[in-house]
Write a protein that binds this ligand. Structure first.
Ligand code: SF4
Ligand code: SF4
Length: 189
C-alpha cells in the first residue's frame, strides 16, 4: 500500500472501510456489540495526517519471530492466521512501522475465543474474545481489492504491485531515451 505524500485529509474513511471489510458477512451497524477494528491506522501529528498499514515486508521480521508460525509470507503478502496465534506480542515488538496490533479478531467471521478462569465460579472457566495479532491482509478475500483504496475520497492510497511499478518506470525511461535520441537527430539535420 502506498500513500501519496500530502494527499490524506485525515477523514478516517480508510479505517472505517477496512473495519467493515473484515467484519462477519451480514453484520450491520445496529448489530455491532463492540467498536469496529481497522487494520490500518490514521496517524495525525503537527498538521500531517497519513494512514499507516503493513508494508508486507520481504523477509518479514514479524514472521521470523513468531513462535507458532501464525504469521507467514505467501505470494500475495504477509498474513496472520488467528487460530495459530497465542498472543505473545513478539510480532508487535519487531514491526518497524507499528503496523501489527493486538485486537479482538475474527477467524472466518467468528471471534476467536480463549478460556479464562471464571471469577464467579471457583474452578470454572468462561470464554472471552482473545486479543490476537491483527494487521492488513490487503483484503485478500475481497475481489475488488483493498477496501481502503476505494474508500479514500482524496485518492491518497494506492496498491503498489512491485512488478508493475518496475514496468511503468522502464517504459518511462525507454520513452525518455527515444525522445532524446529523436531530438538529437532533429538537431543534426
Ligand atoms: S507487520 Fe510490520 S514487520 Fe510484519 S510485514 Fe507488516 S510492516 Fe513488515
Ligand atoms: S502474537 Fe501471535 S502472531 Fe505474534 S508472534 Fe506471538 S504467536 Fe506469533
Amino acid at each position: 500500500m502506498s500513500v501519496t505524500p500530502g494527499a490524506c485529509i485525515g477523514c478516517r474513511a480508510c479505517e472505517l472501510a477496512c473495519a467493515a471489510a473484515h467484519m462477519a458477512a451480514g453484520a450491520t451497524v445496529g448489530s455491532l456489540t463492540r467498536p469496529p477494528v481497522p487494520r490500518l491506522y490514521l496517524v495525525r501529528e503537527a498538521g500531517t495526517a497519513a494512514p499507516v498499514a503493513c508494508r508486507h515486508c520481504e523477509a518479514a521480521p514479524c514472521a521470523a519471530v513468531c513462535p507458532t508460525a501464525a504469521v507467514r509470507c505467501d505470494a500475495s503478502g504477509v498474513v496472520v492466521e488467528p487460530a495459530r496465534c497465542i498472543g505473545c506480542k513478539a510480532c508487535l515488538a519487531v514491526c518497524p512501522v507499528g503496523a501489527m496490533a493486538m485486537a479482538e479478531v475474527q477467524d472466518h467471521g467468528r471471534p476467536v475465543l480463549r478460556r479464562v478462569p471464571d471469577p464467579a465460579v471457583p474452578g470454572g472457566f468462561v470464554e472471552e474474545p482473545a486479543w490476537l495479532a491483527s494487521k492488513c491482509d490487503l483484503c485478500r478475500e475481497r475481489p475488488a481489492g483493498p477496501a481502503c483504496v476505494g474508500a479514500c475520497p482524496a485518492g491518497a492510497l494506492s496498491l503498489v504491485i512491485p512488478g508493475e511499478v518496475r514496468r511503468v518506470r522502464l517504459l518511462a525511461a525507454a520513452r525518455a531515451m527515444a525522445a532524446a535520441a529523436s531530438g538529437a537527430r532533429e538537431e543534426g539535420r
